[in-house]
Every structure is written in structure tokens, then in C-alpha cells.
Design a protein. Structure first.
Length: 219
């Protein structure tokens, strides 16, 4: 049975597709992985995949798109038969699709930039997560800091505020404010395959931490 990682956030431009595509690329190195793009018609992950197939095609990585939650549920059931991981790039709004992704995911990742506005926008998503826990007690949603400048006072203050106001666990791995992420995405690559050593290390640390959490859930 595949393990499902949903990348969820109601605010646009927070890095959902960046995290989804990079995790899918790294996981597919060793295991059959499916990337499901639910952010249509924008389809950033789908566009990335098309570029990738032209540059570094891999039989281990599959793309699917879902226009509504019913289609997503059917795709997930089908893809789970032949894939170890399903990475879902969610749309930037609270709808049945987002609720379905939270409910079906082994782990939900909530990308968050170090700004108060992004914390405020996440409070509505938090309510949806808590509602899902009424139906499935083991819902696991965790913050992933993106575009993070750890050496700034603002980042530290925002991190403390997020912990207090949102009450979600944070991943230790954090993605910095680096142009490498957008440059790699625009070329169908992951930063693991890019020239920036810091970004390379960050994404491998994120993939390793997510993998570790998923393994714990199998026990």
C-alpha cells in the first residue's frame, strides 16, 4: 500500500509545487512514485513533469492530474497498487479536494513562509485539519518552513508565533530563500540535481525527515 504525502496550504505562492516536485523527484530515485497535481488549471507540477520527461525521463516517476475530489480518490486507489509513494500537490483553497487530501494522507505538509500574513492565512486551514481529526484521529499535519532566513530576528519571531497560534508540529528540515528552487523547477529538475549545494542539502534533509516519519507510521 502506498504512503501518501499531501502538500496543503490555502495561500498561493508558498511553495507547494516546489516541495511536491522535489520530494517526488528524490523519492523516485529508489521507489516508484506518483505525483498528483490537483492545482488545476495552473498545473505547475504537471508542467514541471512534462519538462522533466524531456530532460531526465524516469520510469519510476508517474504524473496524474485530478480535477475534483472524486477523481482524486479513484486515482489514489489505482496508483497505490504500483507505487510506493503518492505526492499530492493540493489547490490553494479550502474545498472538498483539500479535505479529501487531508483525510487520505499519511502525512500532510503545510508550507509556510516566515511572515505573519502566512500564519494568518493558515488559521482557516487549521480548522479544516481539526475537523478531519473528528473522523480520523491519526491525522498528521506538520509545518515545513520555506524561504526561511534562519539568521534573522523576524524568522525566529514568526516561528515562535506559528508554534503558539497554529499548534502544529514543525519539521526540522527547512528550505532557505534560494533562487535555485525556482530555477530548478523551471527546468524540470529537482535542486538535488542543481548546482546550489545548500539547496541540495536542504531538500535531501527534508526528504530524509519525511521518509523517517513515514517509516515510523508503518510500525
Amino acid at each position: 500500500m502506498a504512503q501518501i504525502v499531501g502538500i496543503i496550504q490555502v495561500k498561493g505562492g508558498v511553495g507547494r509545487s516546489t516541495i511536491a516536485t522535489n520530494l517526488a523527484a528524490v523519492f523516485s530515485i529508489n521507489q516508484p512514485t506518483a505525483l498528483i497535481d490537483c492545482d488545476l488549471p495552473q498545473g505547475t507540477s504537471a508542467s514541471w513533469y512534462a519538462l522533466r520527461q524531456a530532460e531526465v525521463p524516469s520510469a519510476n516517476l508517474t504524473l496524474a492530474t485530478a480535477g475534483d475530489f472524486r477523481e482524486l480518490v479513484g486515482l489514489a486507489e489505482e496508483l497505490s497498487r504500483e507505487h510506493r509513494y503518492l505526492i499530492i500537490d493540493a489547490p490553494p483553497r479550502i474545498a472538498e479536494m483539500t479535505r479529501a487530501i487531508i483525510a487520505m494522507s499519511t502525512l500532510s505538509l503545510v508550507p509556510l513562509g516566515a511572515s505573519a500574513a502566512e500564519i494568518w492565512s493558515t488559521t482557516d486551514l487549521l480548522q479544516t485539519i481539526n475537523e478531519a481529526r473528528n473522523y480520523r484521529a491519526d491525522i498528521d499535519a506538520r509545518i515545513v518552513w520555506n524561504r526561511y532566513r534562519g539568521n534573522t530576528r523576524e524568522a525566529l519571531e514568526v516561528s515562535e508565533a506559528a508554534s503558539k497560534e497554529l499548534g502544529l508540529k514543525e519539521l526540522s528540515a527547512r528550505l532557505g530563500y534560494r533562487v535555485a528552487y525556482s530555477e530548478a523547477l523551471a527546468r524540470g529538475l529537482s535542486v538535488d540535481e542543481w548546482l546550489d549545494k545548500n539547496a541540495h542539502s536542504e531538500i535531501l534533509a527534508l526528504a530524509a525527515e519525511v521518509s523517517s516519519i513515514l517509516k515510523e507510521k508503518q510500525k
